[in-house]
Ligand binder design. Structure first.
Ligand SMILES: [Zn+2]
Length: 403
């Protein structure tokens, strides 16, 4: 339990020099081009002749392209990110053939996030500085948190988001320590007004400033819709929207990291609902959409953090009416309109709607945890949590090894 090794990505912001920015932009462009050309070639082979092009065959194509006059510029950037683009494409096809994903799509400049992946032969760490192949000088990275002791990154991913910010993500092997055992357990009920309600009665509000940021986002989007297509002003307005989006999502992520770390540290068992079964299409407001995305992110963080720290995450199906069930006596209310935030049961108990639901979720989760794998609620131990971390990493490292 104590010497489990996991792969962890450490992401930092960096500020390239104008020369580095130009070189990286060129690299992003070449990565996109190689990916799209290889995709076109593979699609043609598949549609016209029913042939599957292997990674090796597409790699040979790349070598041939580099020899032609019109694609000779591909030689000017590091060859590693180009090879990685082919590996990503290979992984996308593997997922498609295994029916795990849709048919791979072309990378479009406006919609795809710019990124380039460097493996060990194309970067090095020297004296705490990061150097990339074909790049003058080290990258000015803001090391906002330390890398694990003695960490040797296996992959470096450089990216630029729609708001024009640069990031570098280093994939390292880490040995997480199990948290000290405790007998505490907690359950979470997801909401919109407060992000989550805990079975302890605590309500976790949405991050500060979010309402204001959301209004700003709406305003920026209105501005964008008024600008003429293809104009300079429109491009500017699009960047403004992206900046507000980035700010909201950064604050959210930061907030959810703190919350999930705390919940996993304080509790042996964390119980959540499986919201994927809930009908969430009814109210597609911006607030709703953001809170759904947050919930998915929180669940994901809880899964891998529980796995790291040797905690248990139990996911219960929402098969039972957690809201209408009295957590004191077990009586079931017939109906409970959405706007009723507080209700009294015949047994004399007075419930806060969300706290009561969280308490019921906790009871269901602990019952499931104690009796092992029931049909439902489904039990999702840290073991499955780990497997989803693995899937995540497979996405990250797709193509670097293992297919
Ligand atoms: Zn009751």
């Amino acid at each position: 339990m104590s010497s489990r090794r996991v792969k962890r990505a450490f992401k930092y912001r960096f500020y390239p020099t104008p020369e580095q920015a130009a070189e990286l932009s060129r690299t992003f462009g070449c990565v996109r081009l190689v990916y799209n050309k290889a995709l076109a070639a593979r699609s043609e082979a598949w549609r016209q002749r029913g042939e599957r092009v292997t990674y090796n065959a597409s790699s040979a194509m790349l070598t041939a392209w580099k020899r032609t006059e019109e694609l000779a510029f591909l030689n000017e950037v590091s060859s590693v990110p180009l090879q990685q683009a082919l590996r990503h494409l290979q992984a996308a096809f593997t997922n498609f053939f295994a029916k795990r994903a849709r048919y791979p799509r072309f990378k479009c400049k406006k919609k795809t996030r710019d990124s380039a992946v460097y493996t060990r032969s194309a970067f090095c760490m020297r004296g705490g500085e990061l150097y990339l192949a074909k790049m003058a000088g080290s990258l000015r990275v803001v090391w906002s948190r330390p890398l694990p002791e003695g960490a040797e990154p296996s992959t470096v991913t450089v990216s630029r988001d729609a708001a024009g910010r640069w990031f570098v993500s280093l994939l390292c092997t880490d040995i997480p320590e199990a948290a000290p055992p405790t007998d505490r357990a907690v359950a979470l009920d997801a909401g919109v007004a407060s992000l989550v309600t805990l079975s302890t009665g605590e309500k976790v509000a949405n991050p500060k400033h979010e309402r204001r940021d959301r209004n700003r986002l709406a305003r920026a989007q209105r501005e964008l819709s008024r600008k003429q297509k293809g104009s300079n002003n429109r491009a500017k307005a699009r960047r403004a929207v992206a900046r507000v989006h980035a700010r909201i999502s950064d604050r959210r992520k930061d907030f959810l990291h703190k919350l999930s770390t705390r919940l996993v540290r304080e509790n042996q068992v964390v119980v959540i609902e499986d919201l994927s079964v809930r009908n969430m299409v009814k109210n597609r407001s911006l607030a709703r959409a953001i809170s759904d995305a947050s919930w998915r992110m929180l669940r994901n963080m809880l899964e891998y953090k529980a796995a790291w720290r040797g905690r248990e995450l139990v996911v219960v199906d929402r098969f039972f009416p957690s809201t209408r069930l009295c957590s004191a006596c077990g009586a079931l209310r017939e109906r409970l309109p959405v706007d009723v935030r507080e209700w009294g049961c015949g047994c004399g108990a007075v419930h806060d709607r969300d706290v009561n639901a969280a308490i019921n979720i906790k009871a269901a989760g602990l019952a499931a945890s104690a009796c092992g794998d029931g049909v439902r609620p489904r039990r999702e131990s840290s073991r499955t949590g780990r497997s989803s971390v693995k899937q995540e990493l497979q996405r990250v490292t797709a193509g670097i090894s293992g297919f």
